[in-house]
Design a protein around this ligand. Structure first.
Ligand SMILES: O=c1ccn([C@@H]2O[C@H](COP(=O)(O)O)[C@@H](O)[C@H]2O)c(=O)[nH]1
Length: 274
């Protein structure tokens, strides 16, 4: 999917919500455990009930890899279901990969060609040759971790290296990579006040912003400091939406939660455009 198509979807739906499919067999309703593929059954129900309120889904690969071949198969089925039934939805493999160039090429092939995701999250610290193999794919997006939502982000990412914070070095240096127009960045909602500085370096880039909902980040603050004329944000919530209810009404409860966030987003878009 191109960035222009993503922007169009955001305008059509008045939403920049990304729903995280962090599907955990210990948290899904009991009645689904009897299904042949409980993870896919859960994801399908969540997707069918929430797709009109969001523009993206983000399966975190850890939740699938944890169940071995069955988990990987469920992720494959989920992305195939999205691509055939909701082709206008942007898909993110939250895989946090990155390795020497020769290996990154294979990761890119796995997520973009074999699985068919629109984007993948990448850890930037192995540098240019670890990122460019992903950027070579046109109409695919490489989402670099810039400033993450967790407390450990302060261990390294905000520390100064040669007089400048590491997350700023990531943003600035990555802009010099080949095909850097295919870059997006992860910035945690819990770090919203940093967005003002971040926007000085990447004024137009799309930011994937996890950390609202269960991690306590504020949507209002993210919009205040991070929104651009193209909106430029994909705000993710995983647990706060998909586990809104643990009972048989889970899909309806997820839809209600997603709708509530979409309405807040529509208000923020209106406020920004005013
Ligand atoms: O900085 C980061 C990068 C990735 N994540 C991932 O996003 C979701 C958040 O889930 P919630 O349930 O909404 O807290 C999860 O997959 C994380 O691994 C992040 O939180 N922060």
């Amino acid at each position: 999917m191109t960035t222009e198509e993503l922007v169009q979807q955001i305008h059509n739906k008045q939403s920049f919500l990304c729903i995280g499919l962090d599907t955990d067999l210990t948290k899904i309703p009991n009645h689904l455990l009897g299904e042949e593929d409980p993870i896919f059954a859960f994801n399908k129900a969540i997707i069918d009930s929430t797709h009109s309120f969001c523009v993206a889904y983000k399966p975190n690969t850890a939740f699938y890899e944890a169940y071995g071949i069955k988990g990987w198969r469920a992720m494959e089925k989920t992305i195939a279901y999205l691509n055939s039934n909701y082709p206008d939805i942007f898909t993110i493999a939250d895989a946090k990969r990155g390795d020497i160039g020769n290996t990154s090429k294979r990761y890119a092939q796995a997520f973009f060609e074999d699985l068919g995701f629109d984007s993948v999250t990448i850890v930037p610290y192995m540098g240019r040759d670890s990122v460019e193999p992903f950027l070579n794919f046109s109409e695919k997006h490489t989402i670099l971790l810039a400033l993450t939502s967790n407390a450990g982000a302060y261990d390294f990412q905000t520390k100064k290296v040669e007089g400048k914070e590491l997350y700023k070095q990531v943003l600035e240096t990555s802009k010099t990579y080949a095909n850097s127009q295919n870059l997006m960045y992860v910035v945690g909602a819990t770090k919203a006040t940093y967005l003002e500085e971040i926007r000085k370096i990447v004024p137009e880039s799309f930011l994937l912003v996890p950390g609202v909902g269960a991690q306590g980040g504020s949507l209002e603050e993210v919009c205040k400091y991070g929104m651009t004329s193209n909106i430029g944000l994909l705000v993710n919530s995983s647990r706060g939406i998909i586990y809104a209810s643990a009972k048989s009404d889970f899909a309806k409860a997820a839809a209600e939660k997603a709708r509530e966030i979409q309405q807040q987003m529509a208000t923020e878009i209106k406020r920004f455009k005013a």
